[in-house]
Design a protein around this ligand. Structure first.
Ligand code: BGP
Length: 476
């Protein structure tokens, strides 16, 4: 028997501008980080390696340039979301549509008008927009001319951007989040923090200085949001992957705890509690990190704490202090060691529905603020059958098991606002730049090499999710 989801639970789907809009140069849009990332192996190498130059090579294919063309097809796509009964739809605003270079004084009207059309269309269908202000797409100009988030000046540009969109969309958008997966900067600084680490030795100071600037920018945006739209709710957004100790050896338990603190809690502590956590002092000392702060920064962090925690959940992570036995290394983006109790997706992401209940309990236990699962889903290869259908039972199984655990967590006392499944329509993968890693309820005929008709098709999971929403989670 499925557990009860609260009345008004926010069921929906999630996307990010750079991964599905396309139209990368339409309406005076400027270049952003996603626009200069090629697809496939090359992207994976860039994300893990130093020295990337953020240039476009005219001989290469860039999957985010045209993506799935939501820019032109938003009406058709939103109608499909409405058919599934979405209560909310999460997307991001591309900073470069509003401020093409990032450092202009005035916003770009064509970019603003585009999101007016999108939000109006959603509202027309009774769908509330949930908007991420920055999702892996800083303007390339800010990366090249200012050094990304390492540079304090970027805070001013972000504030100007946030103010422009709050003023424009107040009354249309009630749910906001500042930075997508802010803690991803620890793994992929190119996407999250807007710079490539040149040398291992440079890793710590610039990374944490950049985080500090993002924290101040986020807190300022929260304050602005409250001034401009007192009725809105604004959250942070983190990747959450509970860290398990490989076994009960105390050194492994301690190691798992340290990894958990740094990865899962460092950013959220600052954004939810408004102050740097005590555990980070030792880490800073051991890595010679001394943050440069201005007078008043700590007050701003305190005044700009968020209303809720948005988070993505895809997998858990298992840790061991001594990983010298390389055979046990897990191949997913979190690294760690293989968990013998879990199966993994084709990309090595370990599937762990109970881990979602654990995450919800841990997050709520630590912060006691409302939680919003704004990403979750299974990246898989889908096959279109001869009759045109897509029988994605594996996706339904994955989602069903995770939803059951959400129900359990609600019973445990967790305050859960909603659930937006990641990539509700197939889109370009962030880590691989490929179309073939699909998450959607809606199939898009587009392939890794850029070919395809862009036709949309309802998968089997489309009808299943529609029934889940219709029954408010009773029929899983
Ligand atoms: C999150 C990102 C998304 C998204 C998702 C799935 O980390 O916020 O942008 O893409 O993961 O990851 P991927 O596309 O690499 O499969």
């Amino acid at each position: 028997m499925a557990k009860q989801f609260p009345e008004g639970f926010l069921w929906g789907g999630a996307t990010a501008a750079n991964q599905f809009e396309g139209g990368f140069h339409k309406g005076n849009k400027g270049l952003n980080i996603a626009d200069v990332l090629p697809g496939g192996k090359e992207r994976l190498e860039i994300l893990g390696n130093p020295g990337f130059d953020f240039e476009i090579d005219p001989n290469k294919y860039y999957p985010n340039h045209d993506a799935i063309d939501f820019y032109n097809r938003y009406k058709e796509d939103i109608a499909l979301f409405a058919e599934m009964g979405f209560k909310v739809f999460r997307t991001s605003i591309a900073w470069t549509r509003i401020f093409p270079n990032g450092d202009e004084l005035e916003p770009n009207e064509e970019g603003l008008a585009f999101y007016d059309r999108v939000f109006d269309e959603l509202i027309k269908h009774g769908i509330e927009p949930v908007v991420t202000i920055s999702h892996y797409e800083m303007p390339v100009h800010l990366v090249k001319e200012y050094g990304g988030w390492r540079n304090r000046e970027v805070i001013t540009f972000f504030e100007r951007y946030a103010e422009a969109i709050f003023n424009r969309y107040k009354g249309k958008v009630k749910y906001w989040m500042t930075f997508n997966e802010i803690n991803s900067g620890l793994m992929m600084p190119i996407m999250g923090l807007g710079f490539a680490i040149q040398k291992e030795a440079d890793k710590y100071q610039p990374t944490f200085q950049a985080f500090h600037h993002q924290f101040v920018a986020s807190a300022k945006a929260v304050k602005l949001c409250r001034e401009i739209m007192p009725e809105a709710q604004i959250g942070c957004m983190i990747i959450y992957a509970p860290v398990y100790a490989f076994d009960s050896k105390p050194e492994n338990v301690m190691h798992a705890l340290e990894e958990e603190e740094l990865f899962n809690y460092f950013c959220a502590d600052v954004q939810v509690r408004g102050e740097y956590p005590a555990f980070i002092n030792r880490y800073f000392k051991e890595h010679n990190i001394e943050l440069e702060m201005e007078d008043g920064d700590l007050d701003i962090l305190k005044e700009g704490t968020v209303d809720y925690i948005g988070f993505s959940y895809y997998m858990s992570r298992t840790e061991k202090k001594d990983k010298s036995n390389e055979e046990g290394i897990q191949g997913n983006i979190m690294q760690g060691v293989k968990n013998p109790f879990l199966q993994a997706s084709d990309w090595g992401w370990e599937i762990d529905p109970v881990g979602l209940r654990i995450s919800l309990n841990k997050l709520y236990g630590r912060y006691e603020v409302p939680l919003f699962i704004v990403e979750n889903g299974l990246g898989a290869y889908d096959k279109v059958e001869e009759d045109g259908s897509i029988q994605d039972d594996y996706r339904i199984d994955y989602l069903r098991e995770h939803m059951k655990q959400m129900g359990e967590a609600i019973e445990d006392g967790v305050e859960l606002m909603g659930y937006t499944s990641w990539g509700c329509i197939d889109l370009v993968s962030a880590s691989t730049g490929e179309m073939s890693k699909r998450y959607g309820f809606i199939y898009v005929d587009k392939h890794d090499d850029g070919t395809g008709t862009l036709e949309r098709k309802r998968k089997k999971s489309f009808y299943w999710y529609k029934d889940v929403i219709d029954s408010n989670g009773e029929n899983l």
